[in-house]
Design a protein around this ligand. Sequence first.
Ligand SMILES: Cc1ncc(COP(=O)(O)O)c(C=O)c1O
Length: 424
Amino acid sequence: MATTEKLKPAARVSGQRQDVWTIINEAAAASPKQPIVNMGQGFFGYNPPEFILDAAREALGRVECNQYSPTRGRPRLKKAIADAYSPFWGREINPETEVTITTGANEGMLSAFMAFVEEGDEVIVFEPFFDQYISNIEIPGGKIVYVPMSPPKDGATVTSSAANWTIDFDALRRAISPRTKMIVLNTPHNPVGKIYSREELEIIGDLCVKNQILILSDEVYDRLHYVPFTRIATLSPEIEKLTLTVGSAGKNFYATGWRVGWLVGPPDLIKYVAAAHTRICYSSVSPLQEACAVAFEQADAHDFWSTSIRDMKSKMDRFNSVWAELDMPFSEPEGGYFVLVNMSKVKLPADYPFPPHVASRPRDFKLAWFLIQEVGVAAIPPTEFYTEKNALLAEDYIRFAVCKEDEVLELAKERLRGLKKYIE
Ligand SMILES: Cc1ncc(COP(=O)(O)O)c(C=O)c1O
C-alpha cells in the first residue's frame, strides 16, 4: 500500500541512496564465488581474549550487573578508564567528572553533537569520514563543512606511508566561519590508516583555540598504533579545555558487538554529553561495562596492549605482502586495521555487466563489485566516505579490513592473485 502523505517517513531516512554496506553485502550474497572472503566491514574474525570473556560471563551472574547502570556509566569502568588515560594526560583524570560511558563510540559522538550543536551550527569534517558522523551531525540540525584529505601524488605508482595523505591547512582555515562550533578529528584514521603528527595536531588545536571551536577527537583505534601516537587533548591546557576524546571498547577489546564506548574531557563539556546520553538511551549495557572495567584493569598484567599491536601489525604485514607480487601500491598504515590499496592498474573489461546502481558510482564501486564477482573477496569502496564533489580523489582505492584470522588473510591473498590477468 502506498504511504500516504501524512504517514510518510522523515526525509533523513527516506531519501537515502543505497548505502555501501547493503551494496557490498548483496553483491557478496549473489557472487558465484562462494563463500566470499569478507574483508569489508571492520568487525573482528576472532574473540576477545579469555580473561575478558571470563569477566563478561562472571558479570552476567551478578544481580546488580543485570540492572540499569548509572546514566554516566558504572563507577568501576569510569575509574578503570580514568586510570588508563591518566598517564597520557600526565595527571589524574577524575572518573566522576571527566569520563562518561556511552553505547559505543558512535552513540557517544551523537550525544556530543546533541549536547553542543544547534540548528545551523557548522561542524568541520575531514574527508574521507566515518559515515555515521554525517547523520549524527544532521540530527540536531548541524551543517557539515567538508575539508578533503588528499592521497599522495604518487599513490598510483609508489607504496608509501599513510602519513602522506594530507590536509590542505589553507582550506581548513577557509572552512572556519563564525558559526563553526566543532571540528571532528579521527586519529588513527579510518579508512586511511594515518596518525596525525604532533605538528598537524598543533595547527588544528591552535586554530580551534583561536576561534573557540570544540574538538571531537575520535580515537577509537588508539591502542593500535605502529608509530608514535599523540592525543590532541594532551598538547596544551587550552586545547584540552576544548577537547572531547572518544574511545571504544569494541575496537580496544575485539568486541564491536558489545556497544560500549566513552568520552573523556573537561567536566563542563562531559556533563552536557552525559545529559544528552541520558535522553538518548538512558544508560549503557551493564554486564559488558563491568567486563570492560576488568579488561582495562587486567590489560597490563596480560600484556594485552602490546600483544594487540604486535598481532595486528603482523596481520597487516601478512596481508599486504600480496601487493608486491601484484605490483600494486598501497598506503602503509600507521595505525588501525584498515589498508587502502591503489588499484589504478586493474583494467576493468569495457563491457563488464555492472548493475545500474554500481555503474552510476565512481570507479572504486566498480572495482569492489568486480573483486566480489571475479575473485570472491569483499572490500569497501572509500569514495562512500567522500562527498560527490571530492570523490574522484579516492576512486582508485579499495579498503581492506585485516582484523581477520590469518587463514582468512591467506585465502584472500590466494584469491587476489587471480587479479594478475587484469593488471596492465
Ligand atoms: C572512525 C570510527 N569511529 C567510530 C566507530 C564506531 O565505534 P563503536 O563501534 O564503538 O560505536 C568506528 C567503527 O567502525 C570507526 O571506524
